[in-house]
Design a protein around this ligand. Structure first.
Ligand code: UGA
Length: 429
């Protein structure tokens, strides 16, 4: 099929690339000329495992191309996906101005029937607004359909999630676009659920909020575990073996971050407020998440007493493993808090150091994780990178003034660490 994706951020670029990989012809549109140039040359602006190879392969095969021109994308494709940012506003609501702009641009370029698919995460009823906007700004009297097709990929696993989705949600107003949408997704062999547009939009916010709730739930349980001398990982495993619960997203830590959960929770609370419902449960999810960080900082200060003039080694800056994304990263938040207390920091992240430089100007970036502890008073684990489990514990212990580790992601075994002579503090164990 001929498909156009407008927006080459995480969602747009990975979606476009995976559509090309299964044989569709894809045009990716972005207003940023430098980005388009970079992509044409085979470079990619984000770190996402497996993506670069796929982009190169599909560009070479002539199935994937990049342009600045929305008009070109609209003209040459039958199905146009919108994958532009929907950033939060200070009051928690969503800024939909990029979506509105793109809807107008698409309308202005349409000369024949098009299916306009929203992939960005948007509040319920946005599809209705997009349809109204296109109708208003469309010069010719052409027919079109608006579809809601939320994306569920996780950063760091985006290619895998896209190629093997658990489900594909297609929200429509009429049956007309359904066949084409099924054709787009047929190669992915996933269950396709067809709903009305409002339900599809709600599925996305309700899913992300539920996952955030799951994390806050286990974080709250971790407090009980600490008080009772239990182990939150064992509790999570015991709970997770129940199919109805599942083990995933039951990892206690310093809280969730990233560009999705915090934003989507606020938006969902705001949307509920607008229809007259006070979603108190989700407000508590936010509170628990914020408190989790406070509790961790308290753990650090209780042990080190004063942070002023202490040298702390930090492992992890990204908001989670397998990504270079530091947006709303709990690790960055933690670093900024410790800096504010007067600590000096030596930090390491396998992929996120370049992006972290802009938000952490006064820290020492260390290329090798095994050098990060040099001359420090303690080491803090802030991101769940698998490779941190291979830290040279002996070398790090010798490099520290005292063998103290605060593990905000439960990467090490408490008993092992104690045996090795560490003062080791983790979460809920
Ligand atoms: C999330 C959802 O998982 C995706 O399904 C969704 O498509 C995406 O948002 C989106 O709306 O675009 P993402 O933000 O990439 O994906 O990251 P997650 O893997 O969900 O992790 C979010 C945060 O939760 C991270 O800070 C991570 O460290 C934390 N987390 C995750 C935990 O603290 N514990 C867990 O058990 C799992």
């Amino acid at each position: 099929m001929k498909l156009t994706i407008i927006g080459t951020g995480y969602v747009g670029l990975v979606t476009g690339t995976c559509f090309a990989e299964v044989g569709h012809h894809v045009i990716c549109v972005d207003s940023d000329a430098n980005k388009v140039e970079m992509l044409r040359r085979g470079g990619i602006p984000i770190y996402e495992p497996g993506l670069e190879e796929l982009v190169k392969k599909n560009v070479a095969a002539g199935r994937l191309s990049f342009t600045n021109s929305t008009a070109e994308g609209v003209e040459k494709s039958d199905v146009i996906f919108i994958a532009v940012p929907t950033p939060p506003q200070p009051d928690g609501s969503v800024d939909l101005s990029y979506i509105e702009r793109v809807a107008r641009d698409i309308a202005g370029a349409m000369t024949s029937y098009k299916i306009v698919v929203d992939k960005s995460t948007v509040p319920v009823k946005t599809g209705e607004k997009v349809a109204e906007t296109i109708k208003r700004y469309c010069k010719a009297q052409v027919e079109f359909d608006v579809v809601s097709n939320p994306e569920f990929l996780r950063e760091g696993f985006a290619v895998d999630d896209l190629m093997k989705p658990d489900r594909v949600v297609v929200g429509v107003r009429s049956p007309r676009p359904v066949a084409a949408m099924k054709q787009v997704y047929e190669p992915f062999n996933a269950p396709i659920i067809v709903t009305d547009i409002n339900s599809a939009e709600l599925i996305k916010h309700a899913s992300n909020s539920f996952l955030a709730l799951k994390i806050s739930y286990i974080n709250a349980v971790s407090i009980l575990c600490e008080a009772a001398g239990a182990n939150v990982q064992e509790v999570a495993t015991g709970m997770g073996l129940d199919d109805r619960i599942g083990r995933r997203f039951l990892n206690a830590g310093i809280g969730f971050g990233g560009s999705c959960f915090p934003k989507d929770l606020s938006a969902f609370i705001k949307i509920s407020e607008q229809v007259g419902y006070d979603f108190r449960l989700l407000k508590e999810v936010q509170n628990i998440n914020a408190e989790q960080m406070e509790r961790f900082i308290k753990k650090i200060t209780e042990t080190l007493w004063v942070l002023k003039d202490k040298k702390i080694a930090v492992l992890g800056l990204a908001f989670k493993q397998n990504t270079d994304d530091v947006r709303s990263s709990p690790a960055i938040d933690l670093c900024q808090r410790m800096l504010k207390e007067g600590a000096t920091l030596r930090v390491h992240d396998p992929k996120a150091m370049d992006k972290a430089r802009a938000v952490l100007p006064n820290v020492t970036f260390v290329d090798d994780m095994n050098d990060v502890a040099q001359g420090c008073d303690a080491i803090v684990v802030a991101t769940e990178w698998d490779e941190f489990k291979k830290l040279d514990l002996e070398r790090s212990r010798e490099a520290l003034s005292a063998p103290i580790m605060f593990d905000g992601r439960n990467l090490f075994d408490p008993q092992e660490m104690e045996k090795l002579g560490w003062i080791y503090k983790s979460i809920g164990r």
